[in-house]
Design a protein around this ligand. Structure first.
Ligand SMILES: *Cc1c(COP(=O)(O)O)cnc(C)c1O
Length: 315
């Protein structure tokens, strides 16, 4: 289990690495949503997503314990975050990416001096490889969400929202493997349980929605949602019980709704966010949230989107 105390420790540990990201409001957006919306801008975070919070908490701990090498199995935001923090701390990082990794993601990892090893096309192929390389090199494998220190690092966003949005009534969080949601839930519910916390998944990647309905971890087969940060096939063993215990509701958004929210944020609010981030705004814009007239914080979780693919995402 992860508790508020772990998140307070994480806050201290990552303080000098991360940005305190701003909150943005828009009268237009609030009007469309029927609630007063506060966007937490984690796309302006170091490395372009919140993933640096958990990665920093975990990698700093590993290096203090003597780790000489860090590995991760993600071509996306987690891989970039791990490569960045390893470089900052002066340890080598190897990031295992799929054979079909995009040039944009490969470049981002290489810009942080991460070594790249390609392996298969699924995370089921990449994770054992990352664990194997870590074992060979006296290193530590850094998982993307199902780890107490990763969860605690992501939870620091919850502490910031409590400080930045006074009297916040509700928080909306995108759910992939559930590390972000589990961390923020713990921070919020162990501080002020009356705040409503709502998770969001794309209808095309509804593994946590189904798991909550059935009361047990349930997996789905491959998904093609444009929200590529939320394409996990099942919630984590550690994250799921936290979501089960604390989450007030979990709602689903369609691909069209994600695109329309992305369009709104780009055009009206001038913020470059990625589709995974747009899910929380879509949930608010399309009235999936079961209340009106409240102060609602929505997490804009990241902004790493291939600009050459943006027009395709919006069409
Ligand atoms: C990883 C990620 C998520 C989902 O986080 P989980 O901890 O896997 O639930 C959401 N948005 C972005 C931008 C991400 O990179």
């Amino acid at each position: 289990m992860v508790h508020l105390q772990d998140i307070l420790h994480a806050k201290e540990k990552i303080r000098n690495t991360i940005h305190l990201t701003p909150i943005l409001t828009s009268t237009q957006l609030s009007k469309v949503c029927g609630n007063q919306l506060f966007l937490k801008l984690e796309h302006l975070q170091k490395t372009g997503s919140f993933k640096i919070r958990g990665a920093t908490n975990k990698v700093k701990h590993a290096v203090q314990q003597g780790a000489k090498h860090i590995t991760a199995a993600s071509s996306g935001n987690h891989g970039q975050a791990v490569a960045y923090i390893a470089q900052q701390l002066g340890v080598d990082a190897t990031i295992i990416v799929p054979e079909d990794v995009s040039t944009c993601k490969r470049n981002a990892i290489q810009a942080y001096n991460g070594n790249i090893v390609t392996c298969g096309t699924t995370s089921a192929e990449r994770i054992p490889k990352a664990i194997e390389i870590a074992a060979q090199l006296d290193g530590v494998f850094i998982p993307p969400y199902d780890d107490p220190q990763i969860i605690a690092g992501q939870g620091t966003i919850g502490l910031e929202i409590l400080e930045q949005v006074s009297d916040v009534d509700a928080v909306i969080i995108p759910v992939g493997g559930g590390g972000l949601c589990a961390g923020i839930l713990t921070a919020i519910k162990e501080t002020k349980p009356s705040i409503q916390v709502i998770g969001v998944e794309p209808a095309l990647a509804n593994d946590t929605y189904l798991s909550l309905q059935k009361g047990q971890i349930t997996s789905i087969s491959g998904t093609a949602t444009i929200a590529d940060g939320l394409r996990t096939s099942q919630p984590g063993d550690l994250t799921f019980p936290i979501l089960q215990k604390y989450l007030d509701d979990l709602v689903l958004v369609s691909e069209t709704e994600i695109k329309q929210a992305l369009h709104f944020v780009l055009e009206r609010m001038k913020q470059v966010i990625e589709p995974s981030s747009a899910t929380t705004i879509a949930a608010a814009m399309f009235h999936k949230i079961p209340f009106k007239g409240k102060k609602v914080a929505a997490i804009a979780s990241g902004g790493n989107v291939d600009l050459t693919k943006l027009s395709q995402l919006l069409s």
